[in-house]
Design a protein around this ligand. Sequence first.
Ligand SMILES: Nc1ncnc2c1ncn2[C@@H]1O[C@H](COP(=O)(O)OP(=O)(O)O)[C@@H](O)[C@H]1O
Ligand SMILES: Cc1ncsc1CCOP(=O)(O)O
Ligand SMILES: [Mg+2]
Length: 270
Amino acid sequence: MLKKIVKNVQNQTPLVHNITNYVTVNDCANIILACGGSPIMADEMTEVEEITTICQSLVINIGTLNSRTIEAMITAGKKANQLNHPVILDPVGAGASTLRTETVERLIKEVKFSVIRGNISEIKTLAAGTGQTLGVDASAADLVTDKNIDSVIEMARTLSEKTGAVIAISGVIDLVVDINQVFMIRNGHPLMSKITGAGCMLTAVIGAYCGANPNQVIEATVTAICAMGLCGEIAATKCEGTSSFKMHLIDAMSTLNETILEGGMKIETK
Ligand SMILES: Nc1ncnc2c1ncn2[C@@H]1O[C@H](COP(=O)(O)OP(=O)(O)O)[C@@H](O)[C@H]1O
Ligand SMILES: Cc1ncsc1CCOP(=O)(O)O
Ligand SMILES: [Mg+2]
């Protein structure tokens, strides 16, 4: 199953429409190319519907929101819904400001998302308004451990039920939850939290994987998370510091194949 999902990305070169932030935009474009997709970044209201139409998926990332891009996100999201394209939300910094929290609430109301991927503080904000934000990073107070994991899964399941989306929570342990299934992924490396953009890049890769596998959204999300985590592990063995870590992370994604992934993935079901 996993092999086919990776192969589909590499054989189909899915075009991914990104409305994203200006901090990590270039890294997102490069990681999409590295995993076998093709990125296009476009947030101008007068073109987003056309761009969405030619793409296979849409990634909405609220990292550097402004009034102009919010309307473009809603318009592109509705268009992608009409076309049945997977739409992925990265609620960067939800809980850090009223604008971010209210915009995410509006997006969830007006657009049907296939996947919502955030860190635990962002997802707790969406699910229950209780995320203890540290800006765009997860707060240590919220961290998922083997002790609190059952309550986090329950919260994610409720959010999945409310939104109809697969909920992906990243961190030391990654969780992928819908109303019927739970996957735990233990790939990754602590250096991933020491660069900006690991989360945004992960969401972008989920966009490419879902674009090529629109009928297997939960499996595509799990595979993308394993792939990204494994690339982090590989990069950590080669880098000299955080900057070269990011370079090796993108290198590892560009040379990843199904065999390497199968050998390194750490997935559990619950
Ligand atoms: N301490 C860690 N150990 C292992 N993997 C990590 C760690 N922190 C982050 N990651 C990985 O980094 C990626 C981004 O996750 P995260 O840092 O939670 O997102 P964000 O950057 O949006 O806060 C995920 O693939 C996650 O598995
Ligand atoms: C630092 C920052 N500020 C606004 S968006 C952004 C990037 C966040 O990226 P990630 O969530 O992947 O670390
Ligand atoms: Mg993030």
